[in-house]
Ligand binder design. Structure first.
Ligand SMILES: Nc1ncnc2c1ncn2[C@@H]1O[C@H](COP(=O)(O)OP(=O)(O)OP(=O)(O)O)[C@@H](O)[C@H]1O
Ligand SMILES: [Mg+2]
Length: 499
């Protein structure tokens, strides 16, 4: 649709920008919309960076003020006929014979400007027909079909303040992954669900059969699959003699016993003659902490990471676990297993989605609070070669490991208002220019900016509705309050009746 004509100003049209005046009846163009025009080099694309309204009748402050004293200018002059809308366009590139090139010569003044054609825009932005449908591009009727490989292979970060729609967006991404056809390539998805926000998938008619939900307190790993190095990571305060004793005992057990648990390790430590009693005692005290977390078993294994399947979802529902250390230990163990098994090609390529990622890969943290950070950073650095992808979701990007964040080559940013978080996001995500940075604070719930590897240019997306059942733990405040008082009243009545 043709909407206007390129005009000539002091410094435009140039190869990087031009201005155009909108046709009178077509002044519905919006800031951020993509436009195109035909040049000698091919079809030129850009986006409307700003819209300005002009009217010569109102240019001189003193005359406007004088006229308005007597009666309104609008009454005495045909002011509305001189009302123009001018668009400022940033040029993105030129399409020539299916190839996108930099623009080498400016468009001509007088050239006709149109709203970008969706079919070409699709190519221009790098969408694929079998890509993930996340919603529509802002101001266009074009579905955002993002290439799966480009989105996940080099990791994804979803960053926004609380309530901006991170989990909603993550659910949309998961739906798209579960809906993929075998021939398009399917990956397994594993989620660390901190608040039980994804349990709806298990209850859903369509996705339920593809979903395996494990409750946090039911997670169990056999001790024989745990190496002494892992335990050292979980208990970073162990001294050198304690570490030696632990290794010694675990190696002994591995050699002599087929199956063993924490109890056998402790017995072996008791019997050991390589360490002093003091070392034994402190090591046992440290191991008691792991025992308290009740996830190390002799044989029981749940979930079995070997069983993850392409096109299926494993949800680890951590909402019933209180201890952050336990959560970190579980994430560290699962991430290590996933990465190890993937390197040996025993499991399919996977996406490991971590909610509240700042709690699992903290930027500044003491060793005992940074248990899962090193494996997350390792996958962030090396995962892409093996088809091991991360999706880090966080409402506190400032606290998220810079190493992990900077390895995420696509960032999806929803509303953020905290200036510290904004600075941090800008520093860690390439491709956020001043325009994008300025828009982040004014995004509404469900509006997202995609920058980085997955798209050729930053795009603004209205995230679509979800198809899956939404079920959140946690009722609205007023319902919780009502339920509390009702139960309280019932109890009192029962007591009275009893008396
Ligand atoms: N694109 C959207 N369309 C419709 N509703 C949305 C959209 N995005 C988010 N919402 C709604 O907004 C609310 C907050 O979204 P969500 O729970 O995803 O936020 P969040 O960023 O994960 O918050 P938190 O940091 O607290 O986990 C939810 O009720 C969700 O259904
Ligand atoms: Mg959330």
């Amino acid at each position: 649709m043709q909407i206007g004509t390129v005009i000539s100003t002091e410094d435009s049209p140039s190869t990087s920008q031009f201005m155009f005046v909108l046709d009178k009846d077509k002044d519905t163009a919006k800031k951020g919309q993509f436009v195109q025009l035909t040049t000698k080099e091919g079809e030129l694309f850009g986006y409307i960076n700003e819209l300005v309204r002009a009217n010569r009748y109102f240019e001189r402050a003193e005359s406007v003020a004088e006229y308005e004293k007597a009666s309104s200018m609008n009454k005495n002059f045909p002011t509305s006929e001189w009302d123009y809308l001018i668009g400022e366009v940033k040029i993105l590139g030129t399409l020539n014979d299916e190839k996108f090139l930099r623009t080498y010569s400016p468009p001509a003044p007088g050239a006709k400007v149109s709203i970008a054609d969706d079919q070409i825009l699709k190519k221009f932005l790098g969408f694929k027909d079998d890509g993930l449908n996340i919603g529509k591009i802002q101001h266009h009727e074009l579905e955002t079909r993002i290439d799966m490989t480009r989105l996940f292979q080099k990791h994804l970060a979803i960053l926004a303040m609380s309530g901006a729609g991170k989990s909603h967006l993550a659910s949309v991404l998961i739906e798209e992954l579960l809906d993929r056809k075998k021939e398009d390539g399917r990956i397994a998805v594993v989620i660390v669900d901190i608040h039980g926000e994804y349990v709806g998938f298990k209850l859903d008619d369509k996705y339920g059969i593809k979903t395996n939900l494990i409750e946090g307190n039911d997670i169990n790993f056999p001790v024989r699959k745990v190496s002494p190095e892992m335990i050292e990571e979980w208990l970073p305060n162990l001294s050198v003699p304690q570490r030696e004793l632990l290794r010694h005992s675990m190696h002994n057990l591995k050699k002599t016993e087929g199956v063993y648990g924490l109890k056998e390790i402790v017995e072996n430590i008791n019997e050991s003659d390589v360490a002093r009693d003091e070392v034994k005692r402190t090591l046992k005290r440290a191991l008691a902490e792991l025992k308290r977390y009740r996830f190390l078993s002799v044989n029981k294994e749940s979930p079995n990471i070997n069983d993850i399947k392409p096109g299926e979802l494993l949800i680890l529902d951590f909402s019933s676990i209180d201890s952050l250390r336990k959560k970190q230990i579980l994430v560290s163990f699962i991430a290590r297993r996933l990465f190890k098994l993937r390197k040996k090609e025993k499991i399919p390529p996977f996406l490991f989605l971590i909610e509240e990622a700042h709690n699992f890969a903290r930027e500044k943290a003491e060793a005992h609070e940074a248990i899962s950070r090193s494996i997350i950073e390792t996958i962030a650095r090396e995962g892409r070669k093996f088809g091991a992808s991360l999706c880090l979701v966080s409402q506190r990007p400032v606290n998220l490991s810079t190493t992990a964040l900077s390895q995420c080559s696509t960032h999806i940013i929803l509303r953020v208002t905290n200036p510290n978080d904004l600075d941090h996001i800008q520093m860690s995500a390439e491709g956020i220019d001043a325009r994008v940075a300025k828009s982040i604070t004014s995004l509404k719930v469900g509006e997202a900016i995609f920058v980085g590897e997955a798209v050729n240019y930053p795009i603004f997306v209205n995230v679509r509705q979800r198809k899956s059942t939404k079920r959140e733990r946690g009722l609205p405040l007023h319902e919780q309050a009502r339920a509390f008082e009702e139960t309280r009243k019932k109890k009192e009545e029962q007591v009275e009746a009893f008396l």
